[in-house]
Design a protein around this ligand. Structure first.
Ligand code: SF4
Length: 387
């Protein structure tokens, strides 16, 4: 969900007493009137159709027309011209704010389900908060029916989504009912699935394409528990993964590589090949410099050039065991050429960036580039390819 800065918005003809509401955006002048009444129209020219619940406008002339016609509108600057037909937003007239909940043209739509978590990972990009944010459940339940059913994938993150227990399962069930063709990808620490009853309830949703992305940082329990700053985490996570696979659920293992995890990457790959061969995907991921990572840089950051040996050994071991393996968030000029076939362009469009050096690079279109946050401290070995 993408919040818009309040100072960039201007509200016209809304009552400040009005409750926040979720609404779908349209660019269609011919939409049937009943649908218009439940939607917002993005103004594109001088011809403003009637009957929409409210309007999105971008310039002074449009705003003057809106005032003249006593319509309600949110005025945005040109940075938000990417809003388009089928997007869904939450408008809050009381504090004059708006959040983008879903972008139809993006391949990276994900919902933060809760900010609460039972881990406190050294490199958490979304530091947990002990707050009651249970209202988010209803917001997501209300948004799902407005999402285009042709959407390829919907993601759920936290915090830890399973802390919502059955409420989280209600969200997934609603995805299955309204968006049966959209893959669902969930980031979870997997511990809740050590509870077989919960794992069974999850499996009974019987979604045709739903995958849990579960982090595992070491083959040694105390190293994993140290990275996630939680006792018993390793044991519960492994039991959770075993329960899920017993119930034929899709599981992806996610390994973030940093100073605390790189040394045992080959042993972790061996552990996976011997004990969890049946997982559906393993993602070997570069560090995002967000949240707690910024505070723990000395303990975490290592130039990705300096762990290429471990990464090559781990990747090849996983691949030779027949495990589907991918490398995320690594730049091609630093990555050992022998493992390029496993590198994926994985960074969400709104977080993806490149260095000035990349402009001269012959392989820029094949390279996934950087998280915007990685530009704070990129590898010292970034070098454009000549051909
Ligand atoms: S120079 Fe930039 S675009 Fe080229 S491989 Fe390196 S990071 Fe990627």
């Amino acid at each position: 969900m993408i919040p818009l800065a309040a100072h960039k918005l201007k509200f016209l003809n809304f009552s400040e007493q009005e409750e926040p509401f979720i609404i779908k955006l349209y660019e269609d002048k011919m939409l049937p009137v009943p649908l218009r009444k439940a939607g917002a129209y993005i103004i594109t020219d001088d011809d403003i159709p009637d009957h929409y619940s409210c309007y999105i406008c971008f310039d002074k002339k449009q705003a003057e027309k809106i005032i003249e016609q006593s319509k309600r509108a949110v005025c945005l600057d040109d940075n938000y011209k990417h809003l388009s037909n089928g997007d869904v937003v939450r408008i809050n007239p009381a504090n004059k704010s708006m959040r983008i909940l879903y972008r139809r043209n993006s391949e990276h739509n994900s919902f933060l389900v809760t900010e609460r978590c039972n881990h406190y990972c050294l490199m958490c990009s979304q530091p947990p908060k002990k707050i009651d944010d249970s209202w988010i459940v209803n917001e997501i339940l209300e948004t799902i029916p407005l999402i285009d059913p042709e959407t390829k994938e919907i993601g759920f993150t936290g915090g830890e989504p399973t802390l919502l227990e059955d409420d989280f399962l209600r969200i997934l069930q609603k995805c299955k009912n309204y968006l049966p063709n959209s893959a669902v990808h969930i980031l979870s620490n997997g511990r809740k699935f050590a509870d077989i009853d919960y794992a069974v309830k999850y499996s009974q949703i019987d979604h045709p394409d739903m995958m849990l992305g579960i982090p595992l940082y070491s083959d040694v329990s105390h190293i994993h528990d140290y990275v996630v700053q939680a006792d018993n985490a390793f044991d519960e996570t492994i039991r959770g993964i075993l329960n899920l696979k017993k119930l034929r659920q899709k599981v992806e293992i996610r390994i973030v590589i940093h100073k605390q995890t790189y040394k045992r990457l080959p042993q972790l790959a061996e552990f996976l090949a011997r004990n969890l061969l049946f997982v559906d995907h393993v993602a070997l991921m570069g560090l995002e410099i967000m949240g707690f990572t910024k505070a723990n840089m000395d303990d975490l950051w290592i130039d990705m050039h300096d762990y290429q040996h471990e990464l090559v050994v781990a990747t090849k071991r996983l691949a030779s065991a027949g495990i589907n393996v991918s490398i995320y968030n690594h730049q091609l000029c630093v990555l050992d050429k022998s493992i390029w076939p496993y590198a994926r362009k994985s960074i969400s469009d709104w977080k993806n960036d490149y260095l000035a050096e990349c402009e001269m690079c012959a392989k820029q279109d094949q390279c996934g580039g950087f998280f915007s946050s990685q530009l704070l401290k990129p590898s010292n070995y970034i070098k454009a390819f000549d051909d």
